[in-house]
Design a protein around this ligand. Structure first.
Ligand SMILES: NC(=O)c1ccc[n+]([C@@H]2O[C@H](COP(=O)([O-])OP(=O)(O)OC[C@H]3O[C@@H](n4cnc5c(N)ncnc54)[C@H](O)[C@@H]3O)[C@@H](O)[C@H]2O)c1
Ligand SMILES: O=C(O)[C@H](O)COP(=O)(O)O
Length: 520
C-alpha cells in the first residue's frame, strides 16, 4: 500500500470507482452534497480527492488539504481544478482523457443533426399542443461544410462520424499538421481562412486564454451568414454575449450548447432564444462513459499507489520515472544530497547545480534527480510547504536556481551506479545499496572510506582534523551515540542515534576552530 489510504469522492461518479479503490484496501467516502466551506473543512482528512466538473477544487481547498497528495478528475476537462495551486502544494492532478471521448463526439453529432432539423424545438411545440409542420423546415447535411476547431480526440471522432452524412470536414488545430488532418479526411485551414468556409462550426479545444472567445463578434462577422455553431467543449470558447447578438441579427442561424460560461447558465436570454438548443452539460453522461472514467480514475490511483505508473498525471513530469522502490530510494538520496550542499554552503551558493548520474541502472535518473535535489536544497526555505518532485522545480525557478543533470553509462571507479551533485566546484556523491539504502560516498571530491547512511540522523560539521571525536564526546554527554563517522579535508559526517538539540550544537560550535555544525 502506498500513500493513498483515504479518498473522498465529491461528485456523482459511477459506484465502480469506489469498488475498485476499496478492493485495494483504500477507504472511500462518497459525499456529493458538500458545500464549498464543508469541502474545505473535510479535505484535511483525505489523501486523495476524486471529482467530475461540479466540484470546484479551488486554491483554498488545496491549501486546506494538508494530507492531500492526489486529485483525480473522472473525465477530461480540468478547468474546475486550480492546477497552479495544486502544483505549488506538490499535489498531483490526473484525469482520464479518453474515457468519455466517444460519448462527447456522439453528443456533438446529435446536436448538429438537431440544429439542422430543430428536433428539440419541434418536440417542445408538440408538447404544447401544436402541429407546426411549416415552422420547422430544416436543412440537409449532405454537402454542407463543418468546421472543426480543435482536432484532438473528440474533434477527430466528430469528423469521421459526420463524413458518413456526406458532410465536408475542414478544421484547424495549432499542433496538428495538415498532412495529419488529411489522414482523417479533414482539410486543414488556417483560422482566418476557415470561417467563411463553414455552414456549421464545432469547437473541441480546452478553455485556455487562447481559446476564450474564439468565436466572438469579430469572428462571427467573418462567417457565412446563417452559420450554425455547436459548443460541446467548454463554456466561454464561444462568447455568449456575441453569440446572442449574432443570433439576433441572423448572422448565426442556430446554436447548440452543451456547456456554458457559468453552469447552470445565468444568460437566460441566450438559453430561451428559439434558435438555441441548450443542454445541461450532458456530453459525458452515458452509462458507458461514466463506467469507463470511474474505473479508469480508480485504477490510475491504484497504479500510482502501487508504484506502477502515473498515467493521466498532468502536473508531475519529474515523477513519472520515479515510482519504483529503487527510484524512490534514489529520490531520497537526491533530497539528502541537496540538503547537504545547502547546509554546508547556503542557498546563495547553490544557484547552479550540476548533477551527474552514472552507471547502467541510473539511465532514467536525470528525469527526476534535479527535482529531488532541488527539494533538498530548498527545504529550509519553503515557508512551511513540503517540497516534492511536483512543486520543487517551480519553487526553484522562482528563486532563480537551476539544476541540470547528465547521464553517463560508464560507472565511476568505485560504484557500479552513482550520482554526484556539484556546486561551485564542490562535488558530493552517493549511491543506493541494494534497492533501499541510500548512502553518501563522496564529500567535497573525496571518496569516504566507508559510506554513510543518508537517511539517518546526520550531523555535518566543518572543522580541523580531529574534531569528530570531540563532537562525539559532547553528544555522548547528552546521551547521543554515534553509529558511524566519516569525513575528509575539514568536513565530517556522523550518523547519530537522535536529532541533536540546539543547546548541544551550541557546545559543539564553541569547540576550538569548529566552523560549523548542523543537523542535515
Ligand atoms: N461536454 C462534455 O461533457 C465534454 C466531454 C469531454 C470533453 N469535453 C471537453 O472537450 C474539449 C476537447 O476534449 P478532447 O478530449 O478532444 O481534448 P484533446 O486534448 O484531445 O484535444 C484538444 C485539441 O485542441 C487543440 N487546441 C488547443 N488550442 C487550440 C486553439 N487555440 N485553436 C484550435 N485548437 C486548439 C489542441 O491542440 C488539441 O489537439 C475539452 O475542453 C474537454 O474538456 C467536454
Ligand atoms: O470534460 C469533461 O470530461 C466533460 O465536460 C464531462 O464533465 P462531467 O464529468 O462533469 O460530465
Amino acid at each position: 500500500m502506498g500513500d493513498i489510504r483515504k479518498v473522498l469522492i465529491s461528485d456523482s461518479v459511477d459506484p465502480k470507482c469506489k469498488s475498485v479503490l476499496e478492493a485495494k484496501g483504500i477507504e472511500v467516502t462518497l459525499n456529493t452534497k458538500l458545500s464549498p466551506a464543508e469541502l474545505v473543512a473535510e479535505i484535511p482528512n483525505y489523501d486523495g480527492l476524486i471529482v467530475r466538473s461540479a466540484t470546484k477544487v479551488t486554491a483554498e481547498v488545496i491549501k486546506a488539504g494538508k494530507n492531500l497528495k492526489i486529485i483525480g478528475r473522472a473525465g477530461t476537462g480540468v478547468d474546475n481544478i486550480d492546477i497552479k495551486a495544486a502544483t505549488e502544494c506538490g499535489v498531483i492532478v490526473m484525469n482520464t482523457p479518453g474515457g468519455n471521448t466517444l460519448s462527447a463526439a456522439e453528443h456533438t453529432c446529435t446536436l448538429m443533426v438537431c440544429l439542422a432539423r430543430q428536433v428539440p424545438q419541434a418536440a417542445a411545440s408538440m408538447r404544447e399542443g401544436r402541429w407546426d409542420r411549416k415552422k420547422y423546415m430544416g436543412i440537409e447535411l449532405m454537402g454542407k461544410t463543418l468546421g472543426i476547431i480543435g482536432l484532438g480526440r473528440i474533434g477527430r471522432e466528430v469528423a469521421t462520424r459526420m463524413q458518413s452524412f456526406g458532410v465536408r470536414t475542414v478544421g484547424y488545430d495549432p499542433i496538428v499538421p495538415a498532412e495529419a488532418a488529411k489522414e482523417f479526411d479533414v482539410e486543414f485551414f488556417e483560422l482566418n481562412d476557415l470561417w467563411p468556409e463553414c455552414d456549421f462550426i464545432t469547437v473541441h479545444t480546452p478553455l485556455i486564454p487562447q481559446t476564450r472567445g474564439l468565436l466572438g463578434d469579430e469572428t462571427f462577422a467573418k462567417c457565412k451568414k446563417g452559420v450554425r455553431v455547436i459548443n460541446c467543449a467548454r463554456g466561454g470558447i464561444i462568447d455568449e454575449a456575441a453569440l446572442l447578438r449574432a443570433l439576433q441579427s441572423g448572422q448565426c442561424a442556430g446554436a447548440a450548447l452543451d456547456v456554458f460560461e457559468q453552469e447552470p447558465p445565468q444568460n437566460t436570454e441566450l438559453v430561451q432564444h428559439p434558435n438555441v438548443i441548450p443542454v445541461c452539460h450532458l456530453g459525458a453522461s452515458t452509462v458507458e462513459a461514466q463506467s469507463r472514467v470511474a474505473v479508469e480514475i480508480a485504477e490510475q490511483f491504484v497504479d500510482f499507489n502501487e508504484g506502477k505508473s502515473l498515467f493521466g498525471a498532468i502536473n508531475a513530469n519529474a515523477m513519472v520515472k520515479a515510482l519504483s522502490p529503487s527510484a524512490k530510494s534514489l529520490v531520497k538520496l537526491g533530497e539528502r544530497l541537496g540538503r547537504l550542499v545547502e547546509v554546508l554552503y547556503g542557498l546563495e551558493a547553490c544557484k547552479e547545480l550540476s548533477i551527474v548520474a552514472q552507471g547502467p541502472d541510473y539511465s532514467e535518473a536525470p528525469s527526476f534527480l534535479p527535482a529531488a535535489i532541488l527539494s533538498g536544497v530548498l527545504a529550509r526555505d519553503a515557508s512551511g510547504v513540503t517540497l516534492n518532485l511536483v512543486n520543487a522545480p517551480d519553487f526553484a525557478k522562482k528563486k532563480g536556481i537551476t539544476a541540470k543533470a547528465t547521464y553517463s553509462a560508464t560507472p565511476d571507479a568505485r560504484h557500479s551506479n552513482s550520482i554526484t551533485v556539484s556546486v561551485g566546484g564542490h562535488v558530493f556523491g552517493g549511491t543506493v545499496i541494494g534497492n533501499f539504502s541510500p548512502v553518501f560516498t563522496e564529500l567535497d571530491g573525496k571518496q569516504l572510506h566507508s559510506p554513510i547512511n543518508a537517511t539517518g540522523n546526520i550531523v555535518i560539521g566543518q572543522g580541523p582534523a580531529g574534531s569528530a571525536p570531540k563532537f562525539m564526546v559532547t553528544m555522548a554527554e547528552h546521551g547521543i551515540s554515534t553509529y558511524a563517522c566519516s569525513g575528509s579535508d575539514g568536513i565530517g559526517m556522523l550518523d547519530v542515534s537522535a536529532v541533536v538539540p540546539e543547546e548541544v550544537f551550541n557546545k559543539i560550535r564553541s569547540l576550538p576552530d569548529v566552523k560549523s555544525a548542523d543537523m542535515l
